[in-house]
Design a protein around this ligand. Structure first.
Ligand SMILES: Cc1cc2nc3c(=O)[nH]c(=O)nc-3n(C[C@H](O)[C@H](O)[C@H](O)COP(=O)(O)OP(=O)(O)OC[C@H]3O[C@@H](n4cnc5c(N)ncnc54)[C@H](O)[C@@H]3O)c2cc1C
Length: 404
């Protein structure tokens, strides 16, 4: 069988893989993307999560031309309300609001359902010059040489690429074929993801409630059938999450309302529920010969502070910037080293902070609970500290290293 040549091969057609494919194709690099799943369609409900895109992520979506189609369904997050709660039933102990206009920003981020985002990206990808989509067949084998990566797909197609990008999720087959191991921290927690409607309007406020067991986060969505709606991520110790997951819809909605301290009134389920394991997972290297890892292939973070996919978009941003600055260097060792050096430090720092935050927030030890409330008051009430933490949370993009 003949070998097709291209600049970039991307394994994985999730949100990260599609954004990378559009970014490289728009920059004039011939790109092939493969995914064993079907081309995403409007009816696809396999991912019920929503993602709050921070400013740098939104800028990348704008640059690849999909933001106008997404903006109509994007809900701005203008205020972040953080609540520390305790007891059974949970009651509010400390509450503070962080406003984006405190930093002169119109919003902290924009929340979008994952299924819609992936569908809009895929639609755009099917009509983009220089981009070949191969849904229905995935990456199968890798042979790396100094000058190129040779890839074989499940259907036998052979591809030679200057750079192979692993965007094929937390169990990344391309990462494994490149011989890169991962380190995993397990917390014994699971996250329930679902959508709700409620009586009280959210007014573009995203609410995070903390209690032993983990965070309960309500992120604004557009109205659902004329009713205010929010996406929920509810973290719990594993057995408790499974017990809740097994409840019937009414009992589950009552439990969720209780856990939300009734901040938006009674919650009604408006979607099925999904359970996600909560882990921190980091690849032991971000590159191998002619291979770069991005997104969950490189790092999985607990779903706190909207960092997961936003961190992934920073990986893609940097790979793109480096390639545009020195197109001939694409996939070479200096190119890959620049990428790894710049991203490793950022990923490590984010993983460390989120890990610490998760441990502190879920603990039922009285000193940890006291620290949680005190920490919230301190961070909020001291203006310079508040602004620094908010800046960091907004995920200001780093510049690409100047040369390759
Ligand atoms: C409950 C929850 C809430 C979250 N909320 C946020 C948030 O608000 N903000 C945020 O930034 N992040 C958030 N995250 C994180 C974010 O959802 C993930 O980082 C993101 O969805 C992962 O995208 P991905 O493209 O890396 O992986 P995936 O979406 O897993 O995509 C991987 C793709 O690879 C494909 N694949 C598998 N095998 C192969 C193969 N052999 N060849 C080719 N392709 C293959 C799969 O079919 C899939 O399409 C959240 C996570 C959770 C669990």
């Amino acid at each position: 069988m003949s070998v097709a040549s291209c600049d970039i091969f991307i394994s994985g057609g999730g949100i990260a893989g599609l954004v990378a494919a559009l970014g490289f194709a728009h920059s004039g690099f011939s790109t092939v993307l493969a995914d064993p799943g079907p081309l995403p369609e409007p009816s696809d409900q396999s991912d019920l999560r929503s993602t709050a895109y921070l400013q740098p992520g939104r800028a990348l979506l704008d640059e690849i031309g999909v933001w106008p189609d997404l903006a109509v369904a994007a809900t701005p997050l203008e205020t972040l309300r953080v609540i520390d709660s305790a007891g059974d039933p949970p009651a509010i102990r400390t509450e503070r609001a962080f406003r984006s206009d405190d930093l002169g920003a119109v919003a902290f981020g924009w929340n979008l359902p994952n299924a819609l985002t992936r569908q809009v990206l895929a639609e755009r990808a099917t009509t983009t010059d220089g981009l070949t989509l191969k849904f229905g067949t995935g990456f199968s084998n890798l042979l790396s040489r100094d000058g190129e990566a040779r890839i074989t797909l499940g259907d036998g197609t052979r591809i030679a690429a200057r750079l192979a990008i692993a965007a094929d999720g937390r169990a990344s087959p391309l990462r494994e074929a490149a011989g890169i191991d991962v380190e995993i921290t397990r917390y014994g927690q699971k996250a329930l993801a679902f959508a709700v409607t409620h009586e009280v309007p959210h007014n573009a406020v995203s609410t995070e409630l903390y209690l032993s067991g983990g965070a309960f986060v309500l992120v604004p969505l557009p109205d659902h059938r004329g009713q205010p709606a929010s996406a929920v991520v509810w973290m719990n110790d594993g057995p408790e999450a499974l017990r809740l997951h097994a409840l019937d819809d009414d009992a589950f909605a009552r439990a969720a309302t209780l856990r939300s301290c009734n901040v938006l009134g009674p919650l009604s389920l408006s979607s099925p529920r999904q359970v996600w394991p909560v882990v921190t997972q980091k690849a032991k290297a971000l590159t191998a010969r002619r291979v770069a890892l991005v997104a969950e292939a490189a790092h999985v973070l607990p779903p706190i502070g909207a960092q997961g996919l936003n961190t992934s978009l920073m990986d893609i941003r940097l790979l793109l910037d480096l390639a545009r600055k020195a197109p001939d260097s694409l996939g070479t060792r200096p190119y890959l080293d620049r990428y790894a050096k710049a991203r490793e430090a950022d990923i490590r720092a984010r993983a460390r902070i989120i890990d610490l935050y998760n441990r502190l927030c879920r603990s039922d030890a009285p000193p940890a609970q006291a620290l949680r409330s005190l920490g919230l008051r301190t961070v909020h009430d001291i203006a310079p500290l508040r602004q620094r933490v908010m800046q960091a949370g907004l995920g200001r993009a780093r510049k690409a290293p100047s040369s390759v």
